[in-house]
Write a protein that binds this ligand. Sequence first.
Ligand SMILES: Cc1ncc(COP(=O)(O)O)c(C=O)c1O
Length: 399
Amino acid sequence: MNVQSYFSKNIIDALKNNPPGEWMTDIPNGCIRLNSGYPAPELIPVHQFKESVVRLLEKEQDLPFHYLGSPGMENLKQSIQKRLSERGITVLEEELLITSGACQAIDLIARILVDDETVIAIEAPTYMEALEVFQNYTKRFISIPVDEQGMQTHVLEEVLAERESRGKPLPCLLYTIPTFQNPTGTTMKEDRRQHLLDLAEKYNFLILEDDAYGELNFRKCPPPLKAMDREGRVLYVGSLSKVVAPGLRIGWIAGLPDFITALAWFKKDLDHPFAQASMATFLESIDFEKWLNYIRSTYQLKSSILISAMKQHLPKSVTWYEPEGGYFVWVKITGINTSELLIHALSEGVSFVPGKYFFLDHNNGTAFLRLSFSYANKNEIVEGIQKLGKAVKLVLNNS
Ligand SMILES: Cc1ncc(COP(=O)(O)O)c(C=O)c1O
């Protein structure tokens, strides 16, 4: 049977893209995982969560198991509204939609805003899974470079002006991770944030702000774009994956009610009442600010261990951006193709993600790699960087 002949045209086109998850190399057992954007295993609140689930079931019995879920789910919305207000974002209940993680949120936004005519502006580099999602809907992209101060909005302005003067289509949507970006770890400075919002108004596009790492700041950082958004142009996506646990799949979208209504229309019940009610009970049971301070300081320590190990074990020619929060460090090794380096690194016993996967065109970013300090423990981080140093020297000496 020719299965392809049953697919819709959009799906046939999407299936021509690179398959999802290409960057997930097979990692040999025992290899130190400096590739994983996962939370530290010791920071998953297993025991507190277990107690919350027990408490939920004692209180609500069968309710969380039903389609419509339990009253606990409303409490989740309230907890998220409270967290958002602490970041300067005020949202009403009808301006908030709970999703199965930030990934479902991104997919839903693409689903209601993007068709194959739509131009999307993205950062280069950017989060590869968002790239995969967008490529399922359109092939028309504008890539705007990122430096240590985040997206280069002056480049965006030049590109938009040039497209306008030539009568080329302008973007309807711009996707950005302004705070502790994946993969660069950089944060967009406040004047660039204002510039971006001004450009969105002038050229009439919406902004998808992905704030998956926004609460993991090591020091004071600029407000989210959503907190500076006066017109409702920002669709703000958040997640509890990086600060509680990714397997619960809890994220959200904050935006104008008309967007939320359309998004909810397509989300239907493709999320998890039980996980949401359990999370709500968990959030009520802990001092979340205290929890955040604890995980922030743990990640800050791990990031400084990683940076010191890099200073000690990598050649002087290797450079990186120092992160102010989040999970990642973006490293440049001039003269090396990091996909080739990965083969040597894996045989030394350490993994990372080659830079090319974070670009639309995989010919870019070949001198870069993404290291994560979140998942590996402190000793592994040091050992992993020693191993990486060995692999780098080997490849440089052979070139
Ligand atoms: C920038 C960014 N957005 C979204 C996600 C996914 O979040 P979630 O687990 O909530 O789907 C990730 C996870 O790596 C990420 O790095």
